[in-house]
Design a binder for this molecule. Structure first.
Ligand code: C5P
Length: 224
């Protein structure tokens, strides 16, 4: 297999990690895990069971026995929380609460275990905030997507469907989420020192895919 076995993609909200991840998975016939959905699903669960997101004790009490189970890796990752599928993970309310839930170390531990289990199978791409730095520091290839807040906000604003947020609101919500993710104590969002940083402002996704594939390619060793 002439490509990196494990590829990590980190970067801020709306930087295109998921689009890139799915495209690479298709090109390489790898599995793709978008770790953000695990934090979103736990946040939804916390809301469903009536825990108080801002109170550590409350979240801890309601998530102590929470189990995350992988149902399927390909073609699309599927998982369950306490034996049930969790849906509706992209609401505005979840966007606001997820950085709070994701900052609790005991929540990150649960997600970390699942991420490492998936990575152990190899031929996988995992996207998130701390994958190259904390979850898989030995990954073969680490990518960090760097895109201006303005471009991310414009893209996200164009894609929004049911909610009606102005561009200014979308930009401000993203800015606050970036700050929360980058300044938390446990596993803050940042590029690994050995990550390939790709600035994608103005680039088409095909160009980003091509760049990552170049980095992922491993020259076969000459045997004579
Ligand atoms: O990538 P996405 O925007 O879906 O992530 C939602 C939230 O989940 C992030 O804002 C962050 O708080 C959390 N997250 C994280 N670590 C990851 C992936 C996501 O803390 N590896």
């Amino acid at each position: 297999m002439p490509y990196a076995r494990i590829i990590t993609i980190d970067g801020p909200a709306g930087c295109g990690k998921t689009t890139l991840g799915y495209r690479l998975a298709e090109e390489l016939n790898y599995s793709f895990l978008d770790s953000g959905i695990l934090y979103r699903a736990i946040t939804r669960h916390v809301m469903n069971v009536g825990a108080k997101p801002h109170q550590l004790d409350s979240v801890q009490a309601y998530t102590e026995t929470l189990t995350l189970t992988i149902k399927k890796l390909r073609p699309r990752f599927q998982f369950e929380i306490n034996g049930k599928k969790v849906s509706k993970l992209n609401s505005l309310q979840i966007d606001k609460l997820v950085p709070i839930i994701a900052a609790y170390p005991f929540i990150r531990e649960k997600v970390r275990a699942m991420q490492r289990e998936i990575a152990a199978q190899g031929q996988v791409i995992i996207a998130g905030r701390d994958i190259g730095t904390v979850i898989l520091p030995d990954a073969d290839l680490k990518i960090y997507l760097d895109v201006s807040l303005e471009e991310r906000a414009v893209r996200r604003h164009a894609k929004q469907n049911t909610e009606e947020r102005s561009l200014d609101q979308v930009r401000e919500d993203m800015r606050l989420r970036d700050i929360a993710d980058a300044t938390r104590e446990t596993s803050p969002m940042r590029a690994a020192t050995d990550a390939v940083i790709i600035k994608t402002d103005g680039l088409h996704v095909d160009e980003v895919v091509a760049t990552v594939l170049q980095h992922a390619y491993i020259e076969p060793e000459n045997e004579d």
